[in-house]
Design a binder for this molecule. Structure first.
Ligand SMILES: NC(=O)c1ccc[n+]([C@@H]2O[C@H](COP(=O)([O-])OP(=O)(O)OC[C@H]3O[C@@H](n4cnc5c(N)ncnc54)[C@H](OP(=O)(O)O)[C@@H]3O)[C@@H](O)[C@H]2O)c1
Length: 263
């Protein structure tokens, strides 16, 4: 029997983690969501406490609630939550105004979820992980933080998002070094390029943006067909998480388990 806590579990990849893990009835799966009304979540997971990873008290409360369910221990924490400032995500770095408020507005959603939120979630759940059997902490990152991919595909937009994920990766490496003596393994894991649009028909701008990304990504992988589905992404991510050991702790890997194939 293994226990898992997943942040950002309301939809997309986070919800698929809950689905696949909850399919094994020996698992205890804690879905950490902002909106506990989600029907899919309440049917699947042992608990869906309402928590915001950008609020330190909220994530500490989530860890206390988790400890009460699991007897104070946790095998695997998956920090999956993410937010971006939709209004400015399409800007290249030189287009971001030299203005404190405008820059904060552009960067903060990603910094709060990807950097501060991942640190707070890790520290809040650390006492449970120390008592767990597997002792694994996984931060869901993105290939958009890989220098090689940025340079080869020529991706100039998503500055705050990519910078926050790159900072997350550095934080992961530092955690891995610090926590190694306790037998705790930490990983930054990119889930691939995943179609998580589940709100009915895709708006034209989403279709257009996806097609633009496909053209850029083909500079890296000419045969690339398009996005993968959450089922494939999470199935492969779970294999990488199963393989995580002291040797790979601190690394930034793709769902393919390497640093070369981000799709
Ligand atoms: N999809 C891709 O192609 C792709 C590629 C590379 C990396 N990733 C990474 O994979 C992860 C999942 O991505 P996704 O595409 O499934 O969806 P997403 O839209 O990035 O997922 C956002 C999730 O995070 C939650 N969230 C946002 N702000 C939060 C906060 N302050 N506190 C707690 N939860 C918060 C959302 O909850 P609400 O429902 O409450 O808003 C939602 O469950 C993210 O870390 C993303 O960066 C995705």
């Amino acid at each position: 029997m293994a226990s898992y806590a997943i942040t950002g579990a309301s939809r997309g990849i986070g919800l698929e983690f809950v689905r696949q893990l909850a399919a094994n009835e020996n698992n205890t799966v804690l879905a950490i969501v902002r909106n506990p009304e989600s029907q899919a979540i309440s049917e699947l997971a042992a608990s869906s406490p309402q928590r915001d990873v950008t609020d330190p008290k909220s994530i500490l409360d989530a860890a206390s609630a988790a400890a009460a369910i699991t007897g104070g221990k946790l095998d695997v924490l998956i920090h999956n939550s993410n937010a971006v400032d939709v209004a400015t995500v399409g800007l290249s770095p030189s287009q971001i105004p030299v203005d404190t408020e405008a820059t904060r507005k552009s960067f903060e959603p990603s910094l709060y979820t990807g950097v501060y939120g991942s640190l707070w979630a890790t520290n809040a759940f650390l006492p449970l992980i120390e008592k767990g059997g597997q002792k694994k902490i996984v931060h869901i990152s993105s290939g958009m933080a890989d220098f090689g991919l940025i340079r080869k595909a020529g991706i100039t937009y998503g500055v705050g998002y990519s910078a926050a994920k790159a900072a997350m990766n550095v934080q992961v490496a530092k955690y891995a070094v610090e926590l190694a003596p306790k037998g705790i393994k930490v990983l930054a894991l990119s889930p691939g390029w995943v179609d998580t649009w589940d709100m009915g028909e895709k708006p034209a701008e989403v279709v257009q943006a996806t097609s633009g990304m496909l053209s850029l990504f083909r500079a890296v992988e000419p045969e690339l067909k398009g996005q993968i589905q959450p089922e494939e992404s999470v199935r492969k991510c779970l294999q990488v998480i199963r393989d995580l050991d002291a040797e790979s702790s601190g690394m930034f890997l793709s769902h393919n388990g390497n640093q070369t194939n981000w799709f």
